[in-house]
Design a binder for this molecule. Structure first.
Ligand code: MLT
Length: 407
């Protein structure tokens, strides 16, 4: 009989969001008239920007024309998109990122998991707690962890607790770690990192030969002009960091699928014989072998994000969701709840009232208010006693959800 990857058996029962969906579906079946409002998974609700739609329609027409038709594109993505990204997202902020260092993909979640293909199996790996569960689960699948304990922590991972007292930023570890996952603006807490905090991480990584996986999927939601949007705004980061970016949340591409990973040419890892190897060339090799690129049509849609009209339209989308975040923050604070985040991030992180558990609060909101959020404990043991509310929904639903929760 064919054997399986036993590492999958170490995974906790279900991925967080399918587990939420399972509970919500069961409730909806038992209560068919309940008008459920979902502020759980961070999925966008507003239509795609007109500039992106027009570009994709034009690209469909290209595909219907013998002279403009495209077959396989470059596995790394079309140069015209990579150039725009390099220029607008990095060079304009003083980061020396070249288009050749950008790899277009169909999503940051996929990239975060796929990147492990090119790293060894004996690295020590640090994650914050709470954390976006994909970082942990993909390492479990790759066999980088021991079994899970009663607190839901996997052996061999280094957990860095993040708490309100330290603004939900992690303390730099005492021991050396090889791979470090950082996410700012943070999912799930909505916290942000100052330049000084990121500089401390970059210094640590350079001192220990570590690599930082920097997830910047929510950078567009930063409103404070002092905050860095990219790890490459930090001196020395080109030698120690990979950055993940996405069009999902800023341009509403969760269903359209387009993202990118930045791997500087100067980034190196160590081979078993001790020699230094270019991470960029390994990732290029991996992508060229296992990936055929994002569709031409979608890449044209992503390119339109950088047009004048596209920039204006995505700003309107971002402001719309951030106004939702403000409404959520204000209503919940006025109701006496302790809230964090939601100022430079589309997530509001709420302390559950009266010390009730995250899942009990989830059930209470679902049953009493017909509102869905995400239990903090689903993001890690240190998320127990917290609850995440996503600002991704229509204004009407956000107002209605707040009215139900606070009255
Ligand atoms: C979330 O709700 O945490 C996000 O939607 C997850 C994701 O983007 O994959």
């Amino acid at each position: 009989m064919a054997t399986i990857n036993d590492n999958y058996l170490k995974l906790k029962a279900g991925y967080l969001f399918p587990e939420i969906a399972r509970r919500v579906n069961a409730f909806a079946e038992a209560n068919p008239t309940a008008a459920i409002i979902k502020l759980g998974i961070g999925d966008v609700t507003e239509p795609l920007p007109a500039a992106c739609r027009a570009a994709m329609v034009a690209a469909v027409e290209d595909m219907g024309d013998r002279d403009r038709f495209r077959g396989y594109g470059p596995e790394q993505g079309y140069l015209w998109l990579r150039e725009k990204i390099a220029q607008h997202d990095f060079q304009a902020r003083g980061c020396q990122i070249d288009p050749s260092e950008i790899f277009i993909s169909d999503g940051s979640k996929c990239d975060c998991g796929n990147i492990l293909d090119i790293f060894g199996n004996t690295n020590s790996i640090a994650v914050t707690d709470p954390v976006y569960p994909v970082y942990v689960d993909t390492n479990v699948m790759a066999g980088h962890t021991g079994p899970v304990n009663d607190r839901g922590e996997y052996g061999q991972l280094v957990y860095l607790p993040i708490q309100a007292e330290n603004n939900f930023t992690a303390r730099i570890p005492d021991q050396p770690v090889d791979l470090i996952y950082l996410c700012f603006p943070n999912n799930p807490t909505g916290a942000v990192a100052s330049r000084a905090h990121l500089q401390a991480w970059v210094n640590y990584a350079r001192a220990h030969g570590s690599i930082i996986f920097f997830d910047a999927a929510y950078e567009a939601f930063i409103t404070d002009p002092e905050l860095p949007h990219s790890i490459y705004e930090i001196e020395g980061a080109r030698d120690c960091a990979i950055e993940f970016r996405s069009f999902s949340k800023n341009a509403g591409f969760t269903g359209t699928r387009c993202a990118f990973t930045v791997v500087p040419q100067s980034l190196q890892g160590k081979a078993a014989d001790g020699s230094a190897v270019s991470i960029h060339s390994l990732w290029n090799r991996r992508q060229s072998t296992k990936f055929n690129g994002v569709s031409y049509i979608v890449q044209r849609g992503a390119e339109a994000v950088y047009s004048a009209a596209g920039q204006e339209q995505i700003q309107a989308l971002i402001s719309f969701y951030m106004e939702n975040a403000r409404i959520i923050r204000e209503h919940l604070s006025a109701a006496g709840l302790q809230v964090y985040g939601g100022v430079n991030a589309p997530y509001v992180w709420v302390r559950t009232p009266d010390g009730i558990s995250s899942w009990d609060f989830f059930d209470k909101l679902l049953h009493n208010c017909h509102v869905v959020g995400t239990p903090g404990s689903g993001f890690g043991a240190a998320g127990e006693g917290y609850f995440r509310i996503s600002a991704f929904n229509s204004r009407q639903n956000v107002l209605e959800a707040m009215a139900r929760i606070t009255t």
